[in-house]
Design a protein around this ligand. Structure first.
Ligand SMILES: [Zn+2]
Length: 284
């Protein structure tokens, strides 16, 4: 399942292609993946790709209407007049397609007037969602989502963790608290911070909170550098796989020696998901 590094990889892969590209039209093949009302007019002739942003696991494409003077801003939220949000779910991905035929499970496509490639939203399992919004900050897909895991400050992470008695594993993956972390990176981040996934979130000392924040940043940044992790289905816009799965230290390594202590990595099944951790390096 794509998490923050995979969505950020898609953003970086698509940004240069998309930004400034003249739109020819958008076609929706599968309406059931859409959240919210469709816009009065979909971007078409005269519209331009304005920029791409990301919040947690949601990608935000900004489009600008004909004749709009775009304010120069850092985020895509400042750069468009209509936005297409995509939440990747279990198996969603954006693909750049040159051929005339779309791959199977293509639900939406964006065509451009000056280039042969189209951007196609592909999602075999259909748990992903797309939404058109005039302002991404008021979109349904982001209405109950916490701060972005890469943008949060150590102090804010501490405040957020002190608000819940839930174990760290659940709190880190709760998108309402913190946006971007799922099952794979939760395991890697807690191992890097040497914290047990079963620790009560509000029991962390300030130095443990700082270690967790540092692990959050370093693991996510390293994964982005490698183009994300490909476990089941994630692929980049040109079909390439990510590379970070080769650097996983606990995820998917049940029974293999822990890189910290040599004892076998544990796998525990909780709520139908596999949790990987080391009993010695992550005590408690
Ligand atoms: Zn260990």
């Amino acid at each position: 399942m794509p998490e923050l590094p995979e969505v950020e990889t898609s953003k970086r892969d698509l940004e240069i292609f998309f930004t400034g590209a003249p739109v020819a039209g958008i076609r929706i093949h599968e309406k059931r993946i859409r959240v919210g009302a469709p816009p009065q007019d979909l971007p078409g002739s005269g519209w331009v790709g304005a920029g791409i942003g990301r919040h947690g696991k949601t990608l935000i494409m900004g489009f600008s209407r004909p004749g709009t003077n775009l304010p120069a801003g850092e985020s895509a939220a400042d750069r468009g007049t209509l936005f297409l949000l995509s939440r990747f779910g279990m198996s969603g991905s954006w693909r750049r397609i040159d051929s005339r035929t779309n791959p199977p499970h293509s639900h939406l496509e964006i065509r451009f007037s000056d280039r042969r490639s189209r951007l196609v939203w592909v999602d075999p399992r259909r748990f992903g969602r797309i939404e058109f919004a005039g302002d991404p900050r008021t979109a349904h897909l982001l209405s109950q989502v916490g701060p972005d895991a890469l943008a949060i400050s150590p102090d804010d992470l501490g405040t957020l963790l002190s608000s819940t008695s839930r174990p760290l594993r659940g709190a880190l993956m709760d998108q309402r608290l913190l946006a971007g972390v799922g099952n794979i990176y939760m395991a890697e981040i807690l191992f890097a911070a040497r914290l047990s996934p079963f620790r009560e979130s509000r029991s962390l000392s300030s130095s443990e909170t700082l270690a967790l924040w540092a692990a959050l940043q370093s693991v996510l940044e390293a994964a982005i550098t490698e183009g994300g992790s490909t476990i089941h289905s994630f692929s980049r816009e040109d079909g390439r796989a990510g590379g970070y799965q080769r650097h996983h230290l606990v995820y998917g390594r049940e029974g293999l020696p822990c890189t910290g202590c040599g004892l076998p990595v544990q796998r525990t099944t909780l709520e139908a998901r596999s949790l990987y951790h080391c009993l010695f390096c992550q005590p408690g």
